[in-house]
Ligand binder design. Structure first.
Ligand code: SF4
Length: 66
């Protein structure tokens, strides 16, 4: 019996207009939240997966200016 939560849950960040992929010189990949630049309520590198986020804006729709 495996009681661990599934690790394959889709993250909202993947399809969010505020997401930016960061690749380090050593090849490590990070998902950066651009909203963190202007709003301290958003972590720079959100813990994945993000299943609920008030700042989510689907790709193709630019984030609203606040
Ligand atoms: S706004 Fe929310 S969903 Fe979009 S990249 Fe940032 S943390 Fe992820």
């Amino acid at each position: 019996m495996n009681d661990r939560p599934p690790q394959t849950a889709a993250s909202l960040c993947r399809s969010c207009a505020s997401k930016r992929d960061v690749v380090t010189g050593k090849g490590s990949r990070f998902l950066l939240c651009e909203r963190s630049r202007t709003d301290p309520g958003y972590p720079k590198y959100p813990m994945q997966p993000v299943v609920s986020c008030p700042g989510y804006v689907p790709l193709g729709n630019p984030p609203a200016r606040e």
